[in-house]
Design a protein around this ligand. Structure first.
Ligand code: SAH
Ligand code: SF4
Ligand code: F3S
Length: 480
């Protein structure tokens, strides 16, 4: 066991002080590190796993890696919790309510384990990177068998085997800057659209945000690895890729080469994949070359998620976002002017520490100006270890709820208006599958959900759809 000078007594437990560190240490690109030992390849034989995923697309994609690793150990997937011999929760730490959901679900797992003690349970993802969460699991959830962090997915076979052999809680969480792993296997959820990581981690350290602590430093993948992955997807019949990163616009800045997001977008476009999306875009690094790439390449979708967070310069500064309301609107207008039919969505936080009624009014003003296609809106949530958690949170919960309500009313109004423009028009939709009500569903190039009448033969195809009805969050249509 190693002892760190900063208080942590074991390198396998999360440590916020470590997680915060950024050094100039070279990022290792690991192409051969994932191995499942021969004696572990049958560990999961006749056993089923159930994995529940919270949080962002990056977590969804991590779960696709975890599934493939478990299948390399002969586990079989089940979508029925009651059938599972192994239950994993891949968690998100972004807001307090994400925590509450996980601890709520753990109650169900505990109950199941009481009648079936052989069940193995585990927690991974961003919550596993949090000191307070892991302490709580060590103290009060001793029956949780494994805990592993976002940097420890590669070692899942050994973590699982050790816990099963010793019949003890096994925790392995590294709070490191991180490497780039290139040979993790993947079991994709869809046959038509794929998540492709282009970078890991984040160095922006917005003052409210936990991600830079849970995911390590910004590490871009080398272009050739990304392009080869997309080429392989094209060969396997995939229609759409979403390039993933916390700040895709900053792609390449950490690589020692003159190659940025605009270059990557153009090279990915050349693979011939039908649809390219990317998320998330931080306004800070959005350069003209990137805008031109989107404009020039027909297979880059006219859809940009551009988080605003706040419309008040004072709050933006406290948040560490490094743009002003004016700069944001300037970028917004540039995108609208250059990319035909572009759809723009956003994220907004209300009730940041010290947010006054006037600050909030400025946020509403930006929404009135930008008339977003849609927006994700949140009440500020204090995350332990972040600078904002030390700021005085002087806005009452009642006030925060009131602001959220008012903001949502406005956002919904514009979302509905944006959707109305599609009524009685023809639009291209990639049909992804059958929805809950038995109809087909898919997305437009602008990322609008469409419920479609038509035959199942259209699944996996891009078809022309006539929009016959419009709702705030979705469109209805029929194939023409
Ligand atoms: N990398 C992305 C954001 C990822 S988190 C970006 O910078 O745009 C997704 C959204 O969650 C953020 O845009 C923000 O609006 C929200 N969020 C993050 N931390 C939060 C917190 N502590 N409280 C409330 N909302 C938060
Ligand atoms: Fe969080 Fe900011 Fe990084 Fe986005 S850019 S992940 S909000 S720190
Ligand atoms: Fe949540 Fe981690 Fe994603 S905190 S939003 S799962 S990077």
């Amino acid at each position: 066991m190693l002892t760190f000078s900063n208080g942590s007594d074991c390198m396998n437990l999360p440590n916020l002080n470590q997680a915060r560190k950024r050094t100039s240490k070279e990022v290792l690109i690991k192409t051969n590190d994932y191995i499942v030992k021969e004696n572990l390849k049958e560990l999961g034989k006749n056993r089923k796993y159930y994995i529940k995923t919270y949080g962002c697309q990056m977590n969804v994609h991590d779960s696709e890696n975890i599934k493939a690793i478990l299948e390399d150990m002969s586990f079989e997937e089940t979508n029925n919790l009651e059938d599972a011999d192994l239950i994993l929760l891949n968690t998100c730490a972004i807001r307090e309510n994400a925590h509450n959901k996980v601890f709520g679900f753990l109650g169900r797992v505990k109950h199941l384990k009481e009648s079936k003690p052989h069940i193995i349970s585990g927690i991974c993802g961003c919550m596993a990177q949090e000191e307070n969460v892991v302490n709580q699991i060590k103290d009060k959830y001793k029956w949780v068998d494994i805990v592993f962090g976002t940097h420890n997915i590669i070692n899942l076979p050994n973590i699982l085997a050790t816990s099963m052999q010793k019949k003890e809680q096994e925790i392995e969480v590294y709070s490191i800057e991180g490497d780039v792993l290139e040979n993790l296997p993947v079991k994709r959820d869809s046959k038509y659209k794929a998540w492709v990581n282009i970078m890991f981690g984040c160095d922006k350290f917005c003052t409210y945000c936990i991600v830079p602590y849970t995911r390590g430093k910004q590490r871009s993948r080398k272009p050739e690895f990304i392009i080869n992955e997309v080429k392989e997807l094209v060969d396997n019949g995939y229609m759409e890729v979403t390039l993933l990163g916390q700040n895709v616009n900053a792609y390449g800045k950490d690589l020692n080469m003159d190659y940025k997001m605009g270059d990557l977008l153009r090279d990915v476009a050349k693979t011939g994949i039908k649809r390219i999306r990317f998320m998330t875009s931080h306004p800070w690094d959005f350069d003209d070359d990137m805008i031109n790439a989107i404009k020039d390449c027909d297979n880059i979708m006219p859809y940009v998620h551009l988080p605003l967070q706040s419309g008040s310069d004072r709050i933006l500064k406290l948040m560490g976002r490094r743009y002003t309301k004016e700069k944001y609107i300037e970028l917004y207008n540039k995108l609208k002017a250059n990319i035909k039919n572009v759809s723009i969505t956003t994220d907004i936080i209300v009730g940041f520490p010290g947010e006054t009624e006037d600050d909030f009014k400025q946020t509403l003003q930006v929404v009135n100006e930008c008339k977003y296609d849609s927006a994700f809106t949140f009440i500020f949530s204090k995350r332990e270890g972040t600078p904002a958690s030390k700021m005085e949170d002087n806005v009452s919960l009642e006030e925060k709820n009131k602001r959220l309500y008012e903001l949502n009313e406005l956002v919904n109004k514009y979302a509905n208006e944006a959707n109305q423009r599609y009524l009685n028009k023809k639009t291209k939709v990639l049909i992804e599958g059958i929805g809950e009500k038995g109809n087909l569903f898919g997305y437009t190039d602008t990322m609008k959900l469409v419920n479609v009448d038509g035959s199942e033969d259209n699944i996996g195809k891009i078809v022309d759809v006539l929009i016959t009805d419009v709702k705030t969050w979705s469109l209805d249509g029929k194939i023409v």
